[in-house]
Design a protein around this ligand. Structure first.
Ligand code: NAG
Ligand code: NAG
Ligand code: NAG
Ligand code: NAG
Ligand code: NAG
Ligand code: NAG
Length: 764
């Protein structure tokens, strides 16, 4: 190698001494460094006559418009090529062919709009590629396929809206991918698949409204993720499934709430930036054990007793807590790090009111309050952009809110009827509360103009139907609460105006059937969660559930007499199904076949099930994590053999017949290393005893004959070996509640938290 390099240098020196190197007249050439610069010459074509031996070519600030095929074939030794600010619109396929040594290519500040499949072919050694500040709106599949050595790709300041599946295929050594300052609002689930070496991903200054959980799951090595300046309002439970992530930037978003379980699957997080959001309060974060810094700078944190758990948690864990209190007045601007747990108090209402009065007095004299637009009797918090007129006896929607209001709370008034255009000048409102307002009718276009509305709470009113134009003018609506009304039909027609709907709550209404005529598929193409608990549904027609993407479906407390197996074939991505508290006596074979590929949690408690076919669960496999059949009339169980992935199973309160036929179940329970709850109902002598109790089966013959006999009488023998080999990891039992419990816990906490926040709001 060295020998050849020596020979090469020798030849080089000879050629240089023999004749001066070529240098185009518009350029300046350095013969010793082998560089050529033709900068700012308004060139329209790549200059001819650049010496073949050149290693560094600087062509910035020219006017090439187009790079033709084979444009650099004459300079095969180039290692660095600068083409920024050259008005390049199009890079023809094969433009860089022959540049197998280039490690640095700068194409920034041009006008490229499409990256064609072969635009970058030939750059097989490239390490750094600058494509920032262009007009790229499309990346064709395979555009980067030949860049196996690229470690940094800059695509910032372009016009990307969507990243399709496998867009970056071929980047086998990529470390840092920069997609900041685009208009990304959607990332396909496999957008980043194959980037096994990526450790840093910059997605700040885009339009992402949700944390792209699925997409990010495919990035096993990412340690640093920048998502600042995206319009996310909420981060749900287990949003961040990134096991190696250490640095997460979520500042300058619109977060109003954050589940304490949001980071439960990102245990290595050490630095979390939540600065400049709208968080008033935060719970201790479950999951990260190595957190160093939690940055809450610029949030309207209300420092009362509800912040105490977080404070204690950060103190014990040595977490640096950055930010300051926004209230109550005596703690205003106090750094969170300096506030002690004892300072974080909630006093009785009287004291608090007293204090508020005092304060009003002092502020009134010391510095007059900023005058803010705020209707009579309402409270408007300018800093947090919240306005509340809760339970103020209004019978018409009040007007005159600040146009910057983001949260508008009008619950507990008596509006009865909401006429069209009831909310003028509220284009910034993200969240609108109208619970408990005795509303029985909403005129079409009532919310017209609320173009940023994401959350609409219409729970606990008297609505019997919704007219088709109800949600005209709120195209962003994502979370809709209609629970606790008197709707008799699924409001399919009204939903067709809110194509971004993600979560729909319809619990506690009077819906009795679901029919295809409800236009469901066209109504809510993005719907992920549908809650229909506690209606009177007795029939779900096939074709009624054509929600392509739905993952969570609650049908509990209805009047179903059979599991709607046919209709369920229309929701092939369903992960959670709650059927509890219906009256279904018999569950036939292969009932869940249609959703067997996706189903993870199945709840069938208190349904009066007397018998399940041995093959009732056929089709379900290791994907099923939770199964509950508590409080039924089951004497025996279906075949559970294939459910090797269960994390929780609840069979309590069934009159199981505890004879040797149940031995396989007992064995299976041992083998899965789970807490399995099952009690005997028969024979009488054993009633109430745990199936897991060792004595029950001590007299059973412990051999294969017995198992075969058992198979003949009761549930099919469980292949013990198949599960024993795969005992659940201990941690599931020790430090992780099964998912179902998480959810319930989270729901409970959420309720508690909501109450707290309400209180805290009042305290303000
Ligand atoms: C650059 O070249 C284009 C076309 O060749 C010409 O129209 C333009 O005036 C030139 N600009 C300058 C600054 O010379
Ligand atoms: C915390 O956030 C503020 C505001 O976003 C920022 O200026 C500061 O540098 C952050 N501090 C740390 C340690 O990250
Ligand atoms: C508030 O101000 C009024 C008049 O300005 C005064 O009479 C009253 O004593 C003050 N109250 C307190 C608690 O300072
Ligand atoms: C169903 O709704 C009724 C009436 O609103 C309520 O009393 C009952 O508790 C609800 N049941 C469940 C399981 O939510
Ligand atoms: C399923 O429905 C039952 C009955 O309404 C309810 O008690 C239970 O909490 C629900 N489970 C989940 C996980 O939603
Ligand atoms: C299996 O059990 C049966 C009866 O319960 C018994 O007759 C037989 O000897 C046992 N076989 C073995 C190999 O233990």
């Amino acid at each position: 190698m060295q020998f050849f390099a020596g020979v090469f240098l020798l030849i080089l020196t000879l050629s240089v001494t023999i004749k001066a190197r070529k240098c185009p007249e518009e350029c300046s050439c350095d013969d010793t460094k082998l560089t050529v610069a033709c900068v700012g010459k308004n060139l329209t074509e790549i200059p001819l006559g650049v010496d073949e031996i050149t290693v560094k070519l600087d062509l910035k600030n020219n006017n090439f418009q187009m790079l033709p095929r084979g444009a650099f074939l004459h300079t095969p030794y180039l290692t660095q090529l600068s083409l920024q600010r050259c008005s390049i619109i199009k890079v023809k396929e094969g433009a860089f062919r022959g540049l197998g040594r280039v490690v640095y290519l700068n194409l920034a500040y041009n006008k490229i709009d499409i990256l064609y499949q072969e635009s970058l072919d030939g750059l097989s050694s490239l390490k750094e590629l600058h494509l920032d500040h262009n007009h790229i709106e499309e990346i064709q599949p395979g555009a980067f396929i030949q860049l196996g050595f690229l470690s940094m790709l800059a695509l910032t300041h372009n016009h990307l809206v969507y990243i399709p599946n496998m867009a970056f295929q071929g980047l086998q050594n990529i470390k840092w991918l920069r997609l900041s300052y685009n208009s990304l609002n959607n990332l396909a689930p496999e957008a980043f698949t194959g980037l096994f070496t990526l450790s840093r991903l910059s997605l700040d200054h885009n339009e992402l409204q949700f944390f792209p959980t699925l997409t990010m799951m495919r990035l096993p090595e990412v340690k640093r993720l920048e998502l600042s300046f995206n319009p996310m309002t909420y981060l749900g439970e287990e949003s961040v499934l990134m096991g190696k992530l250490t640095h997460l930037y979520l500042d300058h978003m619109s977060l109003q709430d954050l589940s304490d379980q949001a980071f439960s699957q990102a245990r290595l997080l050490s630095h979390v930036d939540l600065g400049h959001n709208q968080l008033r309060y935060l719970e201790p974060l479950s999951g990260p054990t190595k957190l160093d810094v939690l940055n809450l700078t610029g949030n309207p944190i209300y420092c009362n007793c509800y912040m105490r758990p977080l404070k204690d948690w950060t103190t014990i864990g040595g977490v640096r807590l950055l930010g300051a209190c926004a209230g109550p007045p005596h703690l205003s601007d106090e750094p969170l790090q300096g506030v002690t747990s004892l300072d974080l108090r909630c006093r009785s209402n009287d004291e608090e009111e007293e204090e508020q009065k005092n304060n009003e007095n002092t502020t009134a004299t010391a510095k007059p309050r900023q005058t803010v637009k705020c209707p009579l009797n309402c409270e408007c918090d300018t800093e947090a952009h919240h306005a509340t007129c809760e339970s103020r006896g209004y019978n018409k929607v009040p007007r005159g809110f600040s146009p910057r209001t983001q949260l508008l709370d009008l619950r507990g008034n008596h509006f009865h009827f909401i006429p069209s255009s009831s909310f003028p000048g509220t284009g910034q409102v993200v969240s609108l509360h109208l619970e408990f307002c005795k509303i029985h009718e909403i005129e079409g276009g009532a919310f017209q103009g609320m173009r940023n509305l994401l959350y609409l709470y219409l729970s606990d009113n008297d609505l019997m139907s919704l007219e088709a134009k109800t949600f005209a003018g709120v195209p962003q609506l994502t979370y809709l609460h209609l629970e606790g009304n008197r709707l008799t039909q699924f409001p399919g027609a009204a939903l067709s105006l809110v194509p971004n709907l993600f979560v729909l709550h319809l619990e506690r209404n009077a819906i009795s059937k679901l029919e295809p005529a409800g236009l469901l598929s066209s109504a809510a193409p993005k719907l992920m969660e549908l809650y229909l608990s506690n209606n009177t549904i007795s029939n779900i027609a096939k074709g009624a559930l054509s929600f392509a993407l739905i993952k969570t479906f609650h049908l509990d407390s209805n009047q179903l007499t059979e599991v709607p197996a046919d209709a369920l074939t229309d929701v092939p991505h369903l992960e959670e199904l709650n059927l509890s508290q219906n009256s279904v006596r018999w569950v036939g074979p292969r009932t869940f076949q249609g959703i067997s590929q996706s189903l993870q949690r199945l709840y069938m408690d208190q349904m009066g099930i007397e018998k399940m076919s041995t093959e009732a669960l056929l089709g379900l496999g290791p994907g099923l994590k939770v199964l509950t059949v508590r409080g039924n009339q089951l004497k025996e169980l279906p075949d559970l053999t294939a459910l090797t992935g269960l994390e929780m199973i609840d069979m309590r309160d069934n009159p199981l017949v505890c004879d040797c036929a149940l031995l396989p179940l007992r064995r299976w329970m041992e083998s899965v290393n789970l807490e399995v709850s099952a009690t005997c109902g028969h024979p009488l002598g054993l009633r109430g005893q745990q199936v897991g109790d060792t004595n029950l089966f001590s007299t059973c013959p412990d051999n294969t004959t017995a198992l075969a006999e058992a198979a003949a009488v009761g549930p099919r023998p469980v292949k013990i070996k198949s599960t024993r080999g795969k005992t659940r990891p201990e941690k599931l039992k020790l430090d992780k509640l099964p998912r179902g419990q998480h959810r319930r816990k989270a729901a409970k906490q959420k309720k508690a938290k909501y109450k707290k926040m309400k209180k805290a709001n009042r305290g303000n």
